[in-house]
Write a protein that binds this ligand. Structure first.
Ligand code: M6R
Length: 368
């Protein structure tokens, strides 16, 4: 049932194009984005004036990614918060607040409690969930299901990519309701999402290269991950994968923070994974990251660079270069996350750990 793979996680990584395609299917009909269940009126959706995304772990990272798109498309303020923190402070919520609860299992205790708290404060709750009929969607006002299929590996992979796609659909649904995007723009954004399964399929051709790299750096004592803009949550996700699977010290940083502390960690031979933005996107983001890489390389770091194919400027600074296909900036996390998943799994395997069942972790965390 592992489809010829040594572990489920690798199978699930390879199922990501399908998970994305299945998640998008049926959500754009007659020129409109549609949710799976909507128990709030279109008018209430139009009246939303603030969005919170609440989630844990990788689902939280999917929210961090989506913030860039939702704010850009809807011009609504979006806060992304760990469910366990959201619940125990006093967030400002009312009936015009939309709380998006993202949970693969739909049973995560912290996220469920956050949903209950939000509804007590009269906020509207939209669940993004991978499990039909789970508790979180049952208690929500609207639901968008990710169709990643069952995820066996404790480390989230295909559910994470599907969450990003679903969160983006939530952003487009809001933009459509509010009229901040014309119908033809919504259609164009959806078409770009629909092109992503093929792009992710292309990234899968790097699996052997990344596994080989993983074997070569498996005895490192730590790995750092750097990114900017949408690449920042990708860095956090890459570090989380490595912590949970390989039991290695791993940290994700916003590249702009380097000089505010983390650069002190750089030492000879330390692997640093850098998630590059497209050179064809915002040039300033790209050039700032190139200068970050040159700084850490000059201090002895072993730079592992995830960059758009054909990005020649970055080549001289990359000790290892992993190329991903060119896609629109907001969609880059869907391609750049994939090599980081493979890297973590292979490092864990090389160190002799159970990739599908890391120590101390459960697939679904049903206690707070
Ligand atoms: O089922 P959920 O999406 O609510 O789970 C949230 C986290 O527990 C989950 O993403 C966890 O961080 C994964 N092990 C990460 O790979």
């Amino acid at each position: 049932e592992k489809g010829g793979h040594e572990y489920f996680m690798l199978k699930e990584i390879e199922e990501q194009p399908e998970a994305l395609a299945n998640t998008l299917r049926g959500h754009f009909e007659s020129g409109r984005i549609i949710l799976d269940e909507q128990r709030i009126s279109d008018q209430d959706l139009r009246d939303v004036d603030k969005v919170f995304v609440v989630a844990c772990g990788s689902a939280y990272h999917s929210g961090l990614v989506a913030k860039y798109a939702i704010e850009h498309w809807t011009r609504l303020p979006v806060e992304v918060e760990l469910a366990s923190e959201f619940r125990y402070r006093d967030p400002v919520l009312d009936r015009d607040t939309l709380v998006v609860a993202v949970s693969q299992s739909g049973e995560t205790a912290d996220t469920l409690e956050a949903v209950r708290h939000a509804r007590e404060q009269k906020a509207r709750v939209l669940a993004v969930c991978n499990t039909n009929g789970a508790q979180i969607p049952r208690e929500s006002d609207a639901v968008l299901y990710t169709h990643a299929g069952p995820e066996i590996g404790v480390a989230s992979t295909k559910a994470f990519l599907a969450q990003i796609a679903a969160n983006y659909l939530v952003g487009l649904a809001l933009a459509q309701a509010r009229g901040t995007k014309y119908p033809d723009e919504v259609a164009r954004e959806f078409a770009e999402l629909e092109a992503m399964p093929a792009a992710v399929q292309k990234v899968l051709s790097t699996v052997d290269q990344v596994r080989d790299l993983g074997r070569r750096i498996a005895d490192s004592k730590a790995v750092l991950f750097l990114g900017r803009h949408v690449g920042f949550p990708v860095a956090l996700e890459g570090a989380l994968k490595l912590k949970e699977l390989a039991y290695m010290h791993a940290e994700g940083f916003a590249a702009g923070e380097l000089k505010h502390g983390p650069i002190a960690l750089i030492e000879e031979g330390l692997p640093v994974v850098v998630v590059m933005p497209s050179p064809k996107g915002r040039a300033v983001l790209h050039s700032k990251l190139v200068s970050n890489i040159s700084e850490i390389q000059a201090r002895g770091a072993r730079t592992i660079v995830i960059a758009e194919e054909g990005d020649e400027t970055v080549r001289p600074f990359a000790d290892e270069l992993i190329e991903v296909p060119a896609v629109p900036t907001l969609l880059q996390p869907l391609v750049s996350t994939v090599p980081l998943q493979v890297l973590a799994a292979e490092i864990a395997r090389t160190r002799g750990y159970d990739v599908d069942k890391p120590r101390n972790l459960a697939k679904s965390v049903t206690v707070e």
